[in-house]
Ligand binder design. Structure first.
Ligand code: R5P
Length: 282
C-alpha cells in the first residue's frame, strides 16, 4: 500500500496506478501549537511504500510519521521514496561548525525504513549518508517528452558541467542536437555569474536542462545570456521544479518559451511524471 506525504499526492496516485497497488488514505492534521499529525487510519498491507518529497520541514515530519504509522500497523517492509530529497544540496560542511544537513536528514529517514529511493539527487554520493540501502533513480530522460517535435538545430545546454549528463540524456532521448554547458560561479544564495558556452546558438533553439530550479537565478541568468546572442526559442527544463519565491517571474522576464519539470515537486509546470521510472525500481 502506498502512503503519500501531503506534497506528493498526485505522484503517489500515478504510482499506485503504475504498480496496481492500493493508494492508502492519509489524513494530514495540524495542532494549534504547530505540531503535525499525518496518519493512515486504514492501512492494511505487508509492504508500505511511503512517497514524500521533503520540500519543507513539515514534509520531513510527515514522512517520519507515516513510516512510523506503517510500523504500528505491523508492516513487514517499509520502502521510502523521496521523489525530491530536501537538504540534499547541503552535502558537506561548507564552514566550521556547520552540519552536513543531508547526512542528518538521511539518518533520521533511515531509522524508519528498510530501503530508500530518491530521484536525481544533486550528487549521487548523498545515497551513502543513509544507514539502509539507498539508490538513486534517473528520470532525466522524461524531460524530453514535452519538448516540441520541431526544434530547430537544437542545442541542449546545462548551466554547469555537473549537470551535463542531464543535458546529454535529454538530447539522447530527443534524438537530435548537440550538448554543451555554461561555466557557473555562485556568488551568493541568489546570485550567480555565468560564462556562455562556446557553441554558436545563432538562430538555433536551445533547451537548458538542470536537476533543480530553486530560486531561478541560475536559469534566468543563462536565458538572458542566450538572448544576447541571437538565439531561437529557449526552453527550460529540470527534474525538480522547486521554483521558490519569484523564480517563475524571473524566468518569464528572462524570455523563456516554456518551462517544464517533473512531478517530483508538484507545480503547474510538472508536465511529466516520474512514476514509471520509480515503479520500475520497486
Ligand atoms: C546547482 O549546482 C544546481 O544544479 C542548480 O543549478 C542550482 O541549485 C539551481 O539553483 P537556483 O535556481 O537557486 O539558481
Amino acid at each position: 500500500m502506498i502512503l503519500s506525504g501531503s506534497a506528493s499526492q498526485s505522484l503517489a496516485a500515478t504510482l499506485a496506478d503504475e504498480l496496481n497497488e492500493p493508494l492508502g488514505f492519509v489524513e494530514y492534521q495540524s495542532f494549534p501549537d504547530g505540531e503535525l499529525l499525518a496518519s493512515a487510519p486504514d492501512f492494511e498491507a505487508h509492504r508500505a511504500i511511503v512517497v514524500a518529497s521533503t520540500v519543507s520541514s513539515d514534509a520531513h515530519l510527515e514522512l517520519l510519521q507515516l513510516q512510523d504509522a506503517a510500523r504500528e500497523w505491523g508492516a513487514e517492509e517499509v520502502v521510502t521514496v523521496l521523489p525530491y530529497m530536501g537538504y540534499s544540496r547541503q552535502d558537506k560542511a561548507f564552514d566550521h561548525g556547520q552540519p552536513i544537513s543531508a547526512r542528518a536528514v538521511a539518518r533520521a529517514i533511515s531509522s524508519g525504513t528498510d530501503r530508500v529511493f530518491t530521484v536525481n539527487p544533486h550528487e549521487e554520493s548523498v545515497c551513502d549518508f543513509f544507514d539502509v540501502p539507498a539508490k538513486s533513480i534517473d528520470a532525466a530522460g522524461r524531460l524530453a517528452d514535452p519538448l516540441p517535435d520541431d526544434l530547430i538545430d537544437p542545442v541542449f545546454l546545462s548551466p554547469d558541467e555537473g549537470a551535463l549528463d542531464i543535458a546529454e540524456t535529454v538530447r539522447n532521448v530527443y534524438g537530435d542536437g548537440v550538448t554543451d554547458y555554461f561555466e557557473k560561479k555562485r556568488l551568493s544564495g541568489t546570485e550567480v555569474e555565468m560564462t556562455p558556452s562556446d557553441t554558436d546558438v545563432t538562430g538555433r533553439d536551445v533547451v537548458i536542462t538542470d536537476d533543480i530550479i530553486a530560486t531561478g537565478s541560475t536559469m534566468s541568468e543563462a536565458v538572458s545570456l542566450l538572448h544576447g546572442r541571437d538565439v531561437g526559442r529557449v526552453f527550460v527544463t529540470c527534474v525538480h521544479p522547486m521554483l521558490a519565491g519569484n523564480a517563475r517571474l524571473k524566468l518569464a522576464n528572462a524570455g523563456v518559451e516554456a518551462v517544464y519539470g517533473t512531478d517530483t515537486i508538484e507545480r503547474a509546470v510538472s508536465q511529466v511524471s516520474v512514476a514509471p521510472n520509480v515503479a520500475n525500481r520497486l
